[in-house]
Design a protein around this ligand. Structure first.
Ligand code: F6P
Length: 330
């Protein structure tokens, strides 16, 4: 049987922005799916920064052996200021052309997607985005690689904090990541039975928390867990603690920080990453000029990168947020 000639002789993959558990599983899927389809696959070291430096290496199926269970990204990642400029993207397009790379898989968050779209629009580079961020804040996809692991890590930490909070009758404010999004805080708050969740999207008043805490104390409940998104409308955990102090509440602060970004990916993230990486390659090889892979109601889809800015998907994300807020209020 003669094998069908792939449309592209060589493609490349890079990871960009904040790392997320499961990125290695996505790289692995891209490499192995590409090679299985008869295409050469290169890895670009250290994201867009490495691309600008021409840091491109040819990969084989064994380059990604024993990586599916590893956290972080073995290809390394970066946030590149130079790539945000037109001159930077021109240089990047030249590097890709010089290396004979005809399609690029970008694993990262929405900032990385915007860079990929600009590279496509300005230089015709064929690109496909794979959503890799713990924040789960990419429009168009229900799920991003790393979110599940991050929330499970945070939940494990908060369960531990709950034990000591309850033993000492203490209030704890636990700060989780998420930048301008409350997705992590909501999911974690819901899973841990937090008494309050503070997120950027909802303007909680400190007075409401004060009243809620007083009500708990009045009925003999002396310990509480408050989960705050780092970008919450009331500020981070330290700011909230200072505001509560003025109202007579002593609260301990725990900032979970980068622990949420590390660690071995959950099975969910490994499966998601593998499915997404495989479809990214299929999309590129089928001749799609640009796109992003999205998980929509459990199905993997190819959408345009323009969906990142679309009003429909913004509304969908807002609806999802509203649903969680409603459940939390129960
Ligand atoms: O986007 C992922 C994320 O972990 C955010 O939740 C957080 O605000 C940010 O990255 C932190 O970035 P850095 O590791 O560069 O400080």
């Amino acid at each position: 049987m003669t094998q069908k000639k792939p449309k592209m002789k060589r493609i490349a993959v890079l990871t960009s922005g904040g790392d997320a558990p499961g990125m290695n599983a996505a790289i692995r899927a891209v490499v192995r799916s590409g090679i299985a389809a008869g295409t050469e696959v290169c890895g670009i070291w250290s994201g867009y920064e490495g691309l600008l430096e021409g840091n491109v290496l040819q990969l084989s199926a064994s380059s990604v052996a024993n990586t599916i269970q590893r956290g972080g990204t073995w290809l390394k990642t970066s946030r590149s200021d130079e790539f945000r400029t037109k001159a930077g993207r021109k240089k990047a397009a030249h590097v890709l052309d010089h290396a004979g790379i005809e399609g690029l898989v970008v694993i990262g968050g929405d900032g990385s997607y915007r860079g990929a779209l600009a590279l496509h629009e300005e230089h015709g580079v064929r690109v496909v985005g794979v959503p890799g961020t713990i924040d789960n804040d990419i429009r168009g996809t229900d799920d991003t690689i790393g979110f599940d692991t991050a929330i499970n890590t945070a939940v494990e930490m908060i369960d531990r904090i709950r034990d000591t909070a309850s033993s000492h009758n203490r209030i704890f404010i636990v700060e989780v990541m998420g930048r301008a999004s409350g997705n992590i805080a909501l999911a974690v708050g819901l899973s841990c039975g937090a008494e309050f969740v503070m997120i950027p999207e909802v303007k909680t008043k400190i007075q409401d928390i004060h009243v809620g805490l007083q009500r708990s104390i009045a009925r003999g409940k002396l310990s509480s867990i408050l989960v705050a998104a780092e970008g919450s409308a009331l500020g981070g955990a330290n700011e909230i603690a200072a505001k509560l102090k003025v109202l007579g509440h002593d609260a301990k602060v725990a900032i979970l920080g980068h622990t949420q970004r590390g660690g071995s990916p959950t099975a969910h993230d490994r499966i998601l990453a593998s499915r997404m990486g495989q479809l990214a390659v299929e999309s590129l090889l089928s001749g799609k000029p640009e796109g992003m892979i999205a998980s929509v109601k459990g199905e993997m889809k190819h959408l345009s990168l323009l969906a990142v800015n679309s009003k429909t998907t913004t509304a969908q994300a807002a609806k999802r947020m509203e649903d969680l807020v409603r459940i939390l209020a129960i």
